[in-house]
Design a protein around this ligand. Structure first.
Ligand code: SF4
Length: 690
């Protein structure tokens, strides 16, 4: 049997693995790829369990009354085209929309964006990356002129002498990446973790700062205040490579350490020690992730850490800088090539006339035929059944992963027609009028772009089951039925993507399947086939009009929802090591569910005692939007005013607040107000909410 070198289907580390078909199943082995160097986590090791899983969707399904029945592809596609045509003739083009995902290959993300803009002629498209990376991306674009999660290879992390990790828990989310942090520590590096919980990452750090969720911006401004007062600002760097520092300095004047300690709960001594380490030990990095970014002020929070990194002169220097740790497998590429509401391929803006002209020419249409920007993910979901009446969902389980999920469930039911493409009958697919069985990662070809901006190859190790199709095949066939010919061949689509991205920020023009293969991936931007690619950005300047990075003053705003007498605690949500995203895949893997059978609400023993809760008790969490019942896990590693719930199961997002960041339209997943009660014997025992 032939062995195929490919990559894990899950997170943005995109660990290398080798698949060898055997009877029965597939043998999966870790591969010595430059990112994971032979490492895999439990999710990656068990990924092949899903290929022949008994729950696998193997034929299209169509709605019949309250249930779904098997159908032919012709019947399923006929129904979809009929629904599209009917809706657009009655309610207008934008009444048909699509919701994509950060797990789609670059080719599929590109094809989906093109399908909606060209075949449907609709503006209604966005994707679940809006719920993931959008705040850090918005901050990086406006400050640095480009959003590439890590502007340096992961291997640089091992060379940094100080690393500040803000709202990131790679020890659980992407364990093989810890080898770089571990190597740094062995060489004397100091790591500081900012997290309201003592995560596995925080437990191994030199310093752990535990701010109240929603106060990360105040913390960053406080660190910059100290840097200014104690003379750590790199004045030459600031003068030569940035703009806007004076306004930022003024904005941080009021963030004196005692005040920041009161706002965040982080002791002043730890704030000072953090700044000293960042400024004096040699190369230093500041890395943010969703804990800091998924807030109604997430963009400004990412900006605050960018301001700090720029003031200390870190960005663009060897083994230094600012980065954001991407979550989803193709979270990076997925936000570059057009499935985002305001975007065209190559990270071009949909409202830029030159970008419209370039992409329209590649697509063979008049620029005036291109619709304008659409609505962001939650805003679109919030209007299902009104503005958008027919929705196609690819690579996303919004019934579980969207905020305020009870309302999203109601809105999904308000649709005239819902189409879901998936490998399993997800909670979203259960509501669909047509379910399309799609190929899995090991059954398809394409490219992904990992957290470093390295474009890699996903390769087919075995064919999909007989009645299963790839999303590219489905989009091409729907286009044909709507009157336009499109290719379903990944290589052909990638060649077109190269042309469409040429000259854009995320320029893939020089990247070929052959180069990716020969070079273990190619870093964008790569504008020509003789260009080496760009592993490290910003050494010579920033792609802004002035060539300098913009520092932008930002100030703390309270989270959109603060604790009060009725809902006295802060809920923050996050990941478990054994699960991935909405759990539609990983909740079906036996080895993972044995290791972690159910979600646990993590709370401090002091808080638990106040409510008569023992470890293992069922507790009910309630917010203004809904309730969820989870088993309690007591831990003295979490703040006593904070409760943590994982988002891999239905429930946590029934509680979360859809308040949106004004710049990125990111919902406030990481801080909302909740009440807690013990459910001993299934009965609620409330001891007041002090
Ligand atoms: S770290 Fe991410 S890419 Fe690597 S094996 Fe685990 S889930 Fe897969």
């Amino acid at each position: 049997m032939t062995a195929t070198d490919t990559h894990c289907p899950y997170c943005a580390l995109q660990c290398g693995m080798t698949l060898t078909p055997q009877v029965p199943g597939v043998k999966l082995e870790p591969r010595d790829f430059p990112v994971n160097k032979g490492g895999l986590c439990a999710k990656g090791f068990t990924a092949a369990d899903l290929l022949d899983h008994r729950d696998r969707l193997l034929t299209p399904l169509v709605r019949k009354g309250n249930g779904l029945r098997e159908a032919t592809w012709d019947e399923a596609l006929d129904r979809i085209v009929e629904a599209i045509t009917h809706s657009q003739s009655r309610y207008g083009r934008d009444s048909v929309g699509a919701f994509g995902g950060g797990g789609l290959t670059n080719e599929k993300a590109y094809a989906l964006g093109k399908f909606v803009r060209v075949s449907l002629k609709s503006a209604s498209i966005d994707y679940n990356g809006r719920f993931c990376m959008s705040s850090a991306a918005t901050a990086a674009n406006r400050s640095l002129g480009v959003d590439r999660g890590l502007p340096f290879p992961l291997e640089d992390v091992a060379q940094a002498k100080t690393v500040l990790l803000v709202g990131a828990n790679p020890a659980d989310a992407m364990p093989p990446s810890m080898q770089y942090l571990d190597a740094g520590r062995e060489n004397g590096a100091r790591h500081i973790v900012v997290d309201p919980r003592r995560t596995n990452t925080a437990a191994g750090a030199h310093l752990h700062l535990q701010p109240l969720p929603g106060t990360d911006l105040a913390l960053a401004n406080g660190l910059l205040h100290i840097a200014v007062r104690e003379g750590y600002v790199d004045e030459d760097y600031v003068r030569e490579r940035t703009t806007g520092f004076e306004a930022v300095r003024t904005a941080t004047n009021s963030y004196w350490p005692e005040r920041v300690e009161r706002m965040t709960g982080v002791p002043e001594t730890r704030l000072r020690e953090t700044v000293r380490l960042l400024a004096t030990q040699g190369p230093a990095m500041i890395l943010t992730a969703r804990g800091a970014e998924q807030h109604s002020n997430g963009t400004d929070t990412a900006q605050a850490y960018l301001n700090l990194a720029l003031a200390l002169g870190l960005v663009g220097k060897p083994f230094s800088g600012y980065g954001t740790i991407t979550g989803q497998g193709n979270g990076q590429g997925g936000r570059e090539h057009g499935q985002k509401a305001d975007q065209l391929p190559g990270y071009r803006k949909l409202d830029d006339p030159a970008a419209r002209a370039h992409v329209a020419e590649v697509w063979g249409i008049d620029p005036d035929e291109l619709p304008g920007p659409g609505q962001s993910a939650y805003e679109m979901l919030d209007q299902l059944g009104e503005k958008v009446r027919v929705l196609m969902v690819l690579a996303s389980n919004i019934a579980v992963s969207a905020p305020n999920s009870n309302r999203v469930l109601r809105k999904l039911k308000d649709l005239d027609f819902l189409v879901v493409s998936d490998i399993f009958l997800s909670e979203t697919a259960e509501l669909a009028d047509v379910v399309l069985p799609t190929a899995q990662w090991a059954e398809e070809e394409g490219t992904m772009t990992n957290l470093e901006g390295r474009v890699i190859r996903r390769k087919r190790a075995l064919p999909p089951p007989p009645d299963v199709r790839t999303d590219l095949e489905v989009l091409a066939e729907l286009s044909r039925r709507l009157g336009r010919e499109e290719s379903s061949d990944p290589r052909t689509v990638f060649e077109e993507l190269r042309r469409a991205s040429a000259g854009g920020i995320a320029d893939y023009a020089g990247i070929t399947y052959e180069r990716i293969e020969a070079e273990d991936g190619v870093f964008w931007p790569c504008p020509a086939e003789d260009h080496p690619g760009t592993p490290r950005l910003f050494a010579d300047g920033f792609p802004t009009p002035s060539g300098k990075a913009r520092m932008i003053p930002v100030v703390h705003r309270d989270p959109a929802e603060m604790p009060d007498r009725q809902f006295p605690y802060v809920l923050t949500t996050g990941r478990n090591m054994q699960q991935y995203q909405s759990g539609n895949q990983t909740r079906r893997v036996k080895a993972l569910t044995v290791a972690l059978p159910e979600p646990r609400a993590e709370l401090h023993p002091d808080l638990a005692r106040r409510h008569g809760i023992a470890d293992g008790d069922l507790v009910e969490l309630r917010s203004r939007r809904g309730a969820a019942v989870l088993r309690a896990r007591l831990s003295d590693g979490i703040r006593p005013d904070t409760v943590f719930a994982p988002f891999h199961w239905p429930g946590a997002n029934a509680l979360t607040n859809p308040a949106l960041d004004p710049h990125s339209r990111m919902p406030a997943f990481k801080a909302c107000a909740v009440a807690i009660s013990c459910l001993k014997d299934g009965t609620r025992h409330t001891r007041g909410t002090d």
